[in-house]
Design a protein around this ligand. Sequence first.
Ligand SMILES: O=C(O)c1ccccc1N[C@@H]1O[C@H](COP(=O)(O)O)[C@@H](O)[C@H]1O
Length: 225
Amino acid sequence: MATVAIDRGAPGAPRVKICGLRDAETLSAAVAAGARYVGFVFFAKSPRSVSIAQARDLALEVPPGVAKVALVVNPADEDLSAICDAVPLDMLQLHGSETPERVAEIRARFGLPVMKAVGVAGPEDLPAIARYEEVADQILLDAKAPKGAPLPGGNGLAFDWRLIAGRNWTKPWMLAGGLTPENVAEAIRLTGARQVDVSSGVESAPGVKDAGRIARFLNAAGVTA
Ligand SMILES: O=C(O)c1ccccc1N[C@@H]1O[C@H](COP(=O)(O)O)[C@@H](O)[C@H]1O
C-alpha cells in the first residue's frame, strides 16, 4: 500500500490540504504556498466536481511530496476503479456515510490509504472516531452537514472546536469545516491540529479557488513555502 508521510505531533507547521482544486493556476498556487495535500472532488452535486480526465491532467502536475487525494462520497467499486485506474493518487477521502466495514473493504481493494470523514456537531458524534480509527489511515473531522443539505461537506461550516480541544487519537487526523485564512490560526491553537483541510474558505465564489486566499491560508496556518 502507498503511504503518505505524516508528521505526528512533531514541531513545525501543520500540514495543509487544499481541497476542490479544478484548475492548474490555483493548483500551482497551493503547491507554491506549501500545501502538502491537494484534493480533487468526484461528487457531481459539488460546484468543485471534476471529471476523471480533468483530475488526471491536474494530478500529473503535482510534484513529489504533495499528496494527491480523491474525495468521493459513498462510491461504488466501479466508480473507484475508473478513478484509480486513470488518476495517479496517494489517498482516498471517503466523505459519505461509508460504514467501518466499507472503509476496510475499499482500503483493501484499492490499495490506497484512506482518510474517513466524520461529521461533528456535538459530543455524541465523537465515539464514531474510535470505530473508524480501527480501519482508516487517517480521520478527517468536519462539521456535520445540516439535514437536507445537498453536500455532505464543503459547506463552509465550522463545529465547536472546544469539543476536541486536548483530545488525542491513535491515528493521524485532520481538522476541517469552515476554516478560512481569518480563523485557521485560532482553530489550530484551540484544537492542537497538526493537519488542516480547507475548501470553500479559499474561494471567491462556490467552486472558484482564489490564489490569494490560498496563500493567505497557508501563511496564517504557519506554513512557509
Ligand atoms: O468541497 C466539496 O464540495 C465537498 C463535497 C462533498 C463532500 C465534501 C466536500 N468537501 C470537504 O468538506 C470539508 C469542509 O469543507 P469547507 O472548507 O467547509 O468548505 C473539507 O474536508 C472538504 O474536503
